[in-house]
Design a protein around this ligand. Structure first.
Ligand SMILES: Cc1ncc(COP(=O)(O)O)c(C=O)c1O
Length: 400
């Protein structure tokens, strides 16, 4: 009998982490590699937030806390939801975990039974389908199209809903495309959901504050108050506050669901790091102006990357509204052979030849459920991005 569980055998390791590790290994071996795989800001955590963490250590706030978060942090989260999203939540409706990832995982483990379906628009953040599988459910992908900037339509959502659908996972701005749904686009989706009261909504708003060119972020429970009672609104401090390593994510929703998520956490990890929770209070309650400053750098980098990639032969790259990713289409590169002799039949061939031959690490589209594409994370220096895009242009030019 195999030692590992059948459930685990259906799950794959995170391909984004694999690419990041591969690039790190090649660099350590002395190879000139530019990594565009990592999904984290290159900025440092702001000083006031770091100071709050240091103060927490010095003040001895280093003990267990309430399983799903300090009351002060839950208050700060409620204030954030009111301020940014005009959503009213009480602390009893809030759960805090070790990152947005754990929040999502807790919610799925707490609610899925075998056969339950979870609708996930593709391309998707790599972890959604695997987390659904780990929790015993069945992921159902709906594919966005390049023509619609990788967003799904109301008709597609309607067609995917079955009596077994338990959750619809929504993520805007999106990882991996950066695409953001406008209020009208989201309303069209929530109108569909209003017709199907058995479907719950998990809105992953992790990139809320990374929105550019006047794009107005919106979240389902805000756009359609009728969904409030069956929506889990998920967010975290990782991306907007450059706090990926601190591991704090949170969600708000109906009390019964929040209590069930707390039960999962109480029997797995208990509370998220106490020090990080104090730092997160400062992140949410403290000055927010550096977010706009960081966004200026992100917009500058996005514009450069989109422009340079669109010059590369065989690549089409839409301009996204947010996050720090672009998701170029490489249809024009397929069937060709690279200068180093690799036949490019799919986006995985493209990404591995690009890494081996020109030293640029990107994540291939199949990992995100929509091909042929690759994801670029532009959360790295302007110089590195320029050099990487020049190398991608050279790689594409070499395809014959
Ligand atoms: C769409 C999306 N959701 C959730 C997460 C998880 O974030 P955290 O670092 O808070 O676990 C990520 C991180 O990459 C993400 O891209």
């Amino acid at each position: 009998m195999p030692f590992l569980s059948e459930t685990l055998s259906r799950v794959k390791p995170s391909p984004t982490i694999a690419v990041t590790n591969k690039a790190r290994e090649l660099k350590a071996a002395g190879k000139d590699v530019i990594g565009l795989g990592a999904g984290e800001p290159d900025f440092d955590t702001p000083e006031n937030i770091k100071a709050a963490g240091i103060r927490a250590i010095e003040d001895g706030k280093t003990k267990y806390t309430a399983v799903d978060g300090l009351p002060e942090l839950k208050e700060a989260i409620c204030a954030k939801f009111k301020r940014d999203n005009n959503l009213d939540y009480t602390p009893a409706q809030v759960s805090v975990s070790g990152g947005g990832k754990q929040v999502l995982y807790n919610a799925l483990v707490a609610t899925l039974n075998e056969g339950d379906e979870v609708i996930i628009p593709a391309p998707y953040w790599v972890s959604y389908p695997d987390m659904v599988l780990l929790a015993g459910g069945t992921p159902v992908a709906i594919e966005g199209t390049l023509e619609n900037a990788f967003k799904i339509t109301a008709d597609q959502l309607e067609a995917a809903i079955t009596p077994k659908t338990k959750w619809f996972i929504f993520n805007s701005p999106s990882n991996p495309t950066g695409a953001g749904y406008s209020k009208a686009e989201l309303k069209a989706l929530t109108d569909v959901l209003m017709k199907h009261p058995h479907v719950w909504v998990m809105s992953d708003d992790m990139y809320e504050h990374l929105a550019f060119d006047g794009f107005e972020f919106c979240t389902p429970a805000e756009i359609e108050p009728g969904l409030y009672e069956r929506t889990l609104t998920v967010n975290g401090v990782s991306k907007a506050y450059a706090m990926t390593g601190w591991r704090i994510g949170y969600a708000a929703g109906p009390v019964a669901l929040i209590n069930a998520m707390c039960k999962v956490q109480s029997q797995s990890t208990s509370n998220p790091c106490s020090i990080s929770q104090y730092a997160a209070i400062e992140a949410l309650n403290g000055p927010q102006d550096f977010i706009a400053e960081n966004n200026k750098a992100f917009v500058r980098r996005r514009n450069m990357v989109v422009e340079m990639l669109n010059v590369a032969e065989g690549i089409t790259c839409p301009t996204p509204e947010g996050a720090f990713y672009v998701y170029p289409d490489i249809s024009g590169c397929l069937g060709k052979t690279s200068a180093g002799g690799t036949k490019i039949d799919n986006d995985e061939d493209f990404a591995s030849a690009l890494l081996e031959e020109n030293g640029v690490a990107v994540v291939f589209g199949a990992a995100f459920g929509l091909s042929p594409n690759f994801r670029v994370s532009y959360a790295t220096s302007d110089e590195a991005l320029k050099e990487a895009c020049t190398r991608i242009q050279a790689f594409c030019k070499g395809l014959k």
